[in-house]
Design a protein around this ligand. Structure first.
Ligand SMILES: Cc1ncc(C[n+]2csc(CCOP(=O)(O)OP(=O)(O)O)c2C)c(N)n1
Ligand SMILES: [Mg+2]
Length: 543
């Protein structure tokens, strides 16, 4: 006999979980009890549930494996909601274990302690699936179902709503064996006809383009072969950065909004192979790009195909599987010697020059960081005066090494996500790039980094303002500034108060050097730096 909580822990372990980020409360103590003697599963206590959610997201981004967070009901769930919303928008597999009031109370409107009315409705907008098991015996299957979904469909968050009586109940259930070797992709069988039509369309095209999003990361090697074989220029989205090395001669790279040089290729192309990309606002300049070429859209999520941009050919499936199927055909055909139809490097250089003209210090800082960070280092960004230039200015050579809260855009993501990532990947340097405003949304998670000995490096670019918004405000409402000035703390003393290392550089050019020095220490470090001023990239200036 074991408790429902023990069954939960067994099922998590059977699915490869080794870390849970969370906060204890009266409703989930049975889970903590089940973890007391558990050596294979580490519990990381965070300073609010949002931190736990972002850490689980960072863990998932760094490993490709689902991240897990645990909360109390009610305020624990609503605190986690922002982080789960970011993971949802960015297709990051996070499992939220929300504990719950006793089964009998859940559906009664009793206004009980921690009661959140209609939690299913609250969570439905930020998760792909969730369940409240009816019996303790069902907990193992529920865990397994969540992992099955992560593996076989678009990896968006799932939740389990776990009533406290089920967690303490004694059960006789066996742990379901996880169904190993699952086939990614909805059916595992690809539509051969569509694959052939896609190959024909790409062969016939005179201006083919590859558009790569975050959903394509597992297909990186095959995509690189495809680029080489077809001499096809490639545009990457921010989530897809580095799937093809951005300094590859055929890479048009990434770049949002005002520095979207390269995205015009979407309009010039007569065939676009779009892989794991949702044609979101940054990719399509808020859906203003006039795309007239034939779109071959590959995505694991059938609802994505043709959603924002009509597709001539839609292929539902796992990116790796589909691209490999295309390659098999290209290897069999004589594709001849093809020349790229676009002077990719010239476009890239024009973009670099345009960004540099707009934000010279930000670009220099990002270039300096690139020089001191190895290719495998993971960079986590908030939305701020430096990070928003990173899309175009920070060259990635590996997939999933540069992370934005790109879909939902929430401040306070970078530090906790970086902590989760570094905890999961002690082998690589992890750096968070924050503004003074965004950092304080979750800066208290430095306490978690210190307690758990996670040597993450956070750079805080301080301009005593919600600076990018202040710049936007002064541009759109000249001399009518309100609400965007801040009186920020002394961040060095702030860091030291948590027991972290703190240091300050007085010019932004010194940031790369300070980061390199911080990486040599085995402790969390905060570097405070001045924040370069520039109009944010989403403001288009004429000329
Ligand atoms: C949760 C959340 N609230 C508000 C915003 C709006 N917002 C976007 S950037 C920004 C300013 C960020 O300030 P800071 O972190 O200091 O960076 P800076 O722009 O000054 O470089 C704000 C308030 C947001 N993106 N997310
Ligand atoms: Mg600021």
């Amino acid at each position: 006999m074991r408790t429902g909580a023990q069954l939960l822990v067994e099922a998590l372990k059977a699915n490869g979980v080794d870390t849970i980020f969370g906060i204890p409360g009266i409703h989930n103590l049975a889970v903590y009890d089940a973890l007391v003697d558990e050596r294979a599963l580490r519990i990381v206590t965070t300073r609010d549930e949002r931190g736990a959610g972002h850490m689980a997201d960072g863990y998932a981004r760094a490993t490709g494996r689902p991240g897990v967070c645990l909360t109390v009901p009610g305020p624990g769930v609503t605190n986690a909601l922002t982080a789960i919303g970011e993971a949802y928008a960015d297709s990051s597999p996070v499992l939220l274990l929300a504990s719950q009031l006793p089964s009998a109370t859940v559906t009664m409107d009793r206004e009980d302690f921690h009661q959140l009315r209609d939690v299913e409705a609250v969570l439905a907008s930020v998760t792909q699936w969730g369940v409240r098991p009816a019996r303790a015996e069902d907990i193992g299957q529920a865990v397994d179902e969540a992992f099955r979904r992560f593996e076989t469909s678009r990896p968006r968050p799932c939740y389990l709503d776990l009533p406290m009586d089920l967690l303490s109940a004694k059960v006789d259930a066996l742990v379901p064996a996880p169904k190993g070797g699952r086939n990614r992709g909805t059916s595992g069988v690809l539509p051969v006809g569509d694959v052939c039509r896609a190959v024909d369309a790409l062969m016939e095209a005179s201006r083919p383009l590859l558009l790569v999003g975050g959903g394509a990361w597992r297909a990186a090697e095959s995509l690189q072969e495809l680029v080489q074989r077809l001499s096809i220029p490639v545009v990457m989205t921010s989530s897809g950065k580095g799937i093809v090395p951005e300094d590859h001669p055929l890479s048009l790279g990434d770049g949002w909004m005002a520095h979207q040089l390269g995205r015009e290729a979407l309009e010039q192309a007569d065939a676009i192979l779009a892989v794991g990309v949702r044609f979101g606002p940054l990719t399509t300049s808020w859906w203003t790009r006039q795309i007239s070429g034939r779109v071959i859209h590959v995505d694991i999520d059938p609802t994505e195909i043709g959603k924002h941009t009509p597709a001539s050919i839609g292929i539902v499936g796992d990116a790796k599987q589909v691209i490999e199927a295309l390659l098999v055909q290209f290897r069999d055909r004589d594709v001849g010697v093809r020349r790229p139809w676009l002077d990719v490097i010239a476009v890239r250089e024009r973009r670099r020059a345009a960004i540099r003209a707009r934000a010279p210090e930000a670009v220099a800082t990002l270039e300096g960081l690139r020089r001191v960070l190895p290719d495998e280092a993971l960079v986590f960004n908030d939305i701020n005066g430096i990070a928003c230039w990173g899309a175009g200015a920070f060259i990635c050579r590996r997939p999933r090494t540069f992370h934005y809260p790109i879909g939902f855009g929430c401040l306070g993501f970078a530090l906790p996500a970086a902590i989760g990532a570094r905890l999961a990947r002690p082998d690589v340097p992890v750096v968070a790039l924050c503004g003074d405003g965004g950092f304080l949304f979750s800066g208290h998670e430095l306490a978690t980094a210190v307690q758990e000995r996670v040597p993450v490096v956070a750079v805080v670019f301080n301009d005593d303002a919600y600076g990018t918004i202040k710049a936007d405000q002064s541009y759109r409402y000249p001399a009518r500034s309100l609400g965007s000035d801040l009186r920020s703390p002394d961040f060095v003393r702030y860091a030291e108060a948590f027991g972290a290392r703190g240091c300050r550089v007085h010019s932004v050019e010194k940031v790369p050097e300070a980061v390199a020095a911080a990486l040599a220490h085995d402790a969390p470090t905060l570097i405070e730096a001045p924040c370069p001023q520039a109009l944010p990239p989403w403001i288009e200036i004429e000329g």
